[in-house]
Unconditional design. Sequence first.
Length: 269
Amino acid sequence: MSWWGKLVGGAFGFMLGGPLGAVLGAALGHRFDKGLQGLPEERVSWGPGDQERVQTAFFTATFSVMGHLAKADGRVSPDEIRLAESLMVQMSLSAEMRKTAIRLFNEGKSDGFPLDEVVEQFRRECHRRQTLIQMFLEIQIQAAYADGSMDEVERSLLLHICGLLNISEFTFQRLERMVRAQTHYAGGGERAPSRTKTLSLDDAYAILSVSPNASDKAVKRAYRRLISQHHPDKLVSKGLPEEMMKMAAQKTDEIKKAYERVKETRSMA
């Protein structure tokens, strides 16, 4: 049975437990935070790192933290709502999954949302899967740029989240430059319906996270690293929900286009 099937069945939510389980339970109208009483022993033995559990944790944390981030400046803008809806479209969510994602987003907006506890549990559930944690952060940065820019309140909150995830400020700045370039290429926020504009050279370098002064060898190395980190099948094997494969594939396509743009300019083989 898929992670979503187990989630709807109830047992999987109990297995998740903790702050994430409480947030998910509130979104689904269940009490997943009660603990593991009454579950078969073989189910209780599952621990952090189990793929379906990680998929559930990723889904729960992604949309609830996104809702919290959207309200960071005191109001949720139409662009931020559209960004969340756009992600749901990219994920091809079923009607029931979409309802749950919206409820999680709203849970994140609530005054009592336990951000620190949710993010810390998410980190533990990922079990050192850094590429998965970075994908989560990329999505949150993308949410902050939903209106075309990131304000200081959002930046401060994202840096706080990075601290909880053990991600350095240097890595955050690199991911921010990448997402900002991707957003610029898209035309600014979620208002752009398609990527029809030409990718600028500056944006291409930013997406690849390299300097225009970098050697050809360094450019190739950065490209291969990013392709490996964003490969949809690899991310799913680490716990990315299958429904997010399209989003990962889109990021991979943007990385490939950036590399082709730089290669063309440099006449690289």
